[in-house]
Write a protein of this length. Structure first.
Length: 93
């Protein structure tokens, strides 16, 4: 999938396991596709990994945090990046 970029690094708390951070670019996709793609992407990830979702669908500003909360995934970052674009980071737990 050309919407996903992956990086790796070490946990800030000093644990040895590397974590993965995936960036999911969904700008231009209408709702519910940012959430659909986020669900698919996080399903392939390990616990502790983070999914950064960049989107410009207004409905996803509520749908993605609600989905994360319902699944016990902490939102570690959520910010508006433009007039009608946002980024949210969800950690798989």
């Amino acid at each position: 999938d050309n919407h996903i970029r992956t990086t790796t690094g070490c946990k800030a708390d000093g644990r040895k396991r590397d974590y993965m951070k995936q960036v999911l670019e969904t700008n231009g996709l209408v709702c519910p596709f940012p959430l659909v793609e986020a669900k698919d992407a996080i399903g392939e990830m390990g616990n502790g990994d983070e999914l950064v979702i960049n989107f410009d669908c207004t409905q996803a500003t509520e749908a993605i945090p609600q989905w994360a909360a319902e699944n016990g995934y902490p939102v570690t970052h959520f910010d508006r990046t433009g007039d009608a674009s946002w980024t949210i980071t969800v950690q798989k737990a």
